[in-house]
Design a binder for this molecule. Structure first.
Ligand SMILES: [Zn+2]
Length: 482
């Protein structure tokens, strides 16, 4: 048994004005064959899962390149084609293989390629032939295109949002691929198109939680091998944008199709019930003061670097500076220039600082303030489940009772360590604002008295009906009556 495994991914917000080149991958995460660290990352977990399984079962594992770029705008053609061909050349050199697995986010769009994953998987199929097993792991915020589903035998999506299960789903993918290669199972796949943009749920929400538990209970019996609920990623103008359900059955396509359609209808019927209520910036202080305890955590989810936007919006700084009596913290804003100034001033230094609002028109206004530098670091590293995430050189600054954490690398605020490692005491804060959509939820729920999601107006874009989709297939809700 010979298995090849590689990873290539990012999440492309086609409306975001942040270009992605090869350097963006190399700076975020790039490991040549055999150099992937012991710990998995969100998109490269199949490599770690395959290694563990190969050590246990004794099959031959050939590792290819793994690369991930922080979500942003369109990937350049040369970056995508270069990384794709690097991986395909490695696959060619590894032949013959019984299995080829790919860690992929599933929503990477490159210049000239609306479906990079479909392109890569179809080319991999040409190399490995019809009998080898091809599998991929995707984020649930992906575009499940017919092309990639046709090219792969197995696609397994994360089930949890926050995505706490990326390693568990990778292990599942490896296991299904091995069983398929040994001809113990015969995976057949059905893809149901919900004809819906902006669908989905959080599994930290009771409605979303119950749906995922129902889905999990259907797997592994009655010939159903795997069920994936593709929420879609609506910040992308691509033909196959939207929510889809993928069911893999053992040999029985009609059964897979029927279940995919049933679950698809349930997902559409759920509507917004699995999504949170959003608090407006001006409501934040009143909402927080409605609780006896602290801290109350608010997620600035529409300025989340994990969704491809800059993450340097300063709206909540402006809002909280108007409430000097409320102890608060905000982080992590992407602002390498401000970080550099703070590092020059050093811990304890004070200076006039322009914070946020620098990178693009969608970032809004910066805030100018006299700050005290609380702490600086060469690299702020925080955990996200089994992985580690770096903000690069970072600083915490204080304005009165407000602490602000600034980072040099764009990534979202997954865990309280983003504050505490720079000496910000969250237990002393009434309000904590994090730049994250929902991945913060797992770790922050351990220290938060309550959690809310904010609607700061953008730039993500929050509302699909206010976006111009030129490529999306029609009709599709909520743009059309479906
Ligand atoms: Zn996601």
């Amino acid at each position: 048994m010979r298995m090849f495994v590689a990873a290539l991914g990012t999440e492309t917000n086609t409306f975001a004005p942040l270009p992605v080149d090869r350097l963006a991958f190399e700076r975020a995460f790039y490991a040549p064959p055999g150099r992937h660290p012991e710990t998995p990352t969100l998109t490269t977990a199949p490599i770690v899962a395959a290694r563990a399984r190969a050590a246990r079962d004794g099959f031959t594992l050939v590792e290819g390149t793994s690369a991930w770029a922080e979500p942003a705008g369109l990937v350049s053609r040369t970056a995508y084609e270069g990384l794709r061909d690097e991986i395909l050349d490695q696959l060619r050199a590894a032949m013959p293989v019984d299995i080829a697995l790919f860690g992929m986010h599933g929503a990477m769009v490159a210049d000239g390629y609306d479906d990079t994953e479909g392109d890569l998987l179809a080319r991999a199929r040409e190399i490995v032939g019809p009998d080898a097993i091809i599998g991929a792991e995707h984020d649930l915020h992906c575009h499940l295109t017919p092309k990639r589903v046709a090219a792969a035998d197995l696609i397994v999506l994360f089930k949890e949002f926050p995505h706490t299960d990326f390693l568990a789903r990778a292990e599942e993918l490896v296991d299904l691929a091995l069983r398929a290669a040994r001809r113990e199972i015969r995976p057949v796949t059905a893809l149901h198109d919900c004809r819906l943009i902006g669908g989905g749920y959080m599994t930290s929400n009771p409605v979303g939680r119950a749906f995922v538990e129902r889905v999990r209970a259907l797997e592994g019996k009655d010939g159903i091998l795997s069920i994936s609920i593709g929420h879609g990623f609506h910040a992308a103008d691509v033909p196959e944008v939207g929510s889809k359900v993928l069911v893999i059955a053992d040999g029985d396509r009609a059964k897979a199709e029927a279940l995919a359609a049933t679950l698809g209808r349930e997902l559409v019927a759920m509507g917004r019930a699995g999504s949170p209520h959003h608090v407006k910036p001006e409501e934040t202080v009143a909402v927080a003061n409605g609780y006896p305890g602290r801290p109350i955590v608010f997620a600035d989810r529409w300025d989340n670097p994990g969704g491809g936007v800059p993450g340097d919006g300063a709206i909540m700084i402006e809002t909280l500076l108007a409430h000097a009596d409320v102890p608060a913290a905000i982080g992590v804003l992407w602002d390498p220039i401000a970080v550099e100034f703070c590092r020059s001033a050093g811990a304890g230094g004070n200076l006039w600082l322009r914070i946020g609002g620098k990178s693009t028109p969608v970032s809004g206004r910066p805030v100018d303030a006299h700050v005290v530098v609380r702490a600086v670091t060469d690299d702020l590293v925080i955990p996200f489940e089994q992985s580690l995430v770096s903000f690069g050189p970072s600083a915490a600054v204080t304005i009165g009772t407000l602490d602000i954490v600034l980072g040099s690398k764009r990534t979202q605020t997954f865990a309280p360590e983003a504050f505490t490692k720079l000496g910000v005491d969250l237990a002393a804060k009434k309000i904590v604002v994090v730049k994250s959509s929902n991945h913060f939820h797992a770790a922050f729920s351990r220290i938060a008295h309550a959690i809310h999601h904010l609607d700061t107006g953008g730039p993500f874009p929050p509302d699909p009906t206010r976006v111009t989709y030129r490529k999306a297939r029609r009709p599709i809700a909520p743009l059309d009556a479906v």
